[in-house]
Design a protein around this ligand. Structure first.
Ligand code: GAR
Length: 219
């Protein structure tokens, strides 16, 4: 690819806190030319997040903004926003970024920030979703990709994938089954966005100019 081609590609900044397997799925989709985009930076709030290593391996700038270095949530978010904006992203991709975001931060990226959440939203917002699903003896579980709005895990959902809950499941086995689906659907939704097919209008998801009445389901 020439420099001109690469500078024209849509710019993604990916935020992580941990392993970065979803980051990896996006890196892989770009490498395989299934996704025409470039990751211009990966930012973690934890210096030891393995996802930073994945970024470095892919020759992507890997940056830590440690939340512990800030007196307040607002100050951390401001520093994070400055870092992100210095890379001029078209889209901010939250990929296992385990921080509650301030409304000002969220508003700044309205319509250009996505999150992945390991449940069939609006069910099981928050943490420990796999264990809570098991505790409830639910029959199915899954993952959701949504636009980020100030309500935690409450933004309009774009795509979901479902998995069955098996009698033998532990939180770990269930998480693995859900993650396999995560790695399929996140690059797809990012692709819709960078192709200009996906928009947030008010609190509604628009796909190809039509209101998405219910989340797209990956089967
Ligand atoms: C993913 O399973 C994602 O759904 C979850 O964190 C994991 C990160 O894995 N996100 C949340 O719980 C957000 N509330 P990864 O670092 O390997 O991509």
């Amino acid at each position: 690819m020439s420099i001109d081609e690469s500078t024209a590609l849509p710019r993604l900044v990916v935020l992580i806190s941990g392993s970065g397997s979803n980051l990896q799925s996006i890196i892989d989709a770009i490498r395989a030319q299934r996704l025409q985009a470039q990751i211009v930076a990966v930012i973690s709030n934890k210096a030891d997040a393995y996802g930073l290593q994945r970024a470095s391996n892919a020759v992507i700038p890997a940056i830590t903004v440690d939340h512990k270095g800030f007196a307040s949530r607002a100050e951390f978010d401001q520093a994070l926003q400055q870092q992100i904006d210095s890379y001029q992203p078209d889209l901010v991709v939250l990929a296992g970024f385990m921080r509650i975001l301030t409304p000002d931060f969220v508003r700044h990226y309205t319509g250009r920030m996505l999150n992945i959440h390991p449940s069939l939203l609006p069910l099981y917002k928050g943490i420990h979703t796999h264990q809570r699903v098991l505790d409830d003896k639910a029959k199915e579980h899954g993952v959701s990709i949504h636009f980020v709005t100030p309500e935690l895990d409450g933004g309009p959902v774009i795509m979901q994938a479902k998995v069955p809950v098996l009698p033998s499941d532990t939180a770990k086995s269930l998480a693995q089954r859900v993650q396999a689906q995560e790695h399929v659907i996140y690059p797809r939704v990012v692709k819709w966005f960078v192709e200009g097919r996906l928009k947030l209008e008010g609190n509604q998801v628009m796909l190809d100019g039509n209101v998405l009445k219910r989340p797209a389901l990956h089967l």
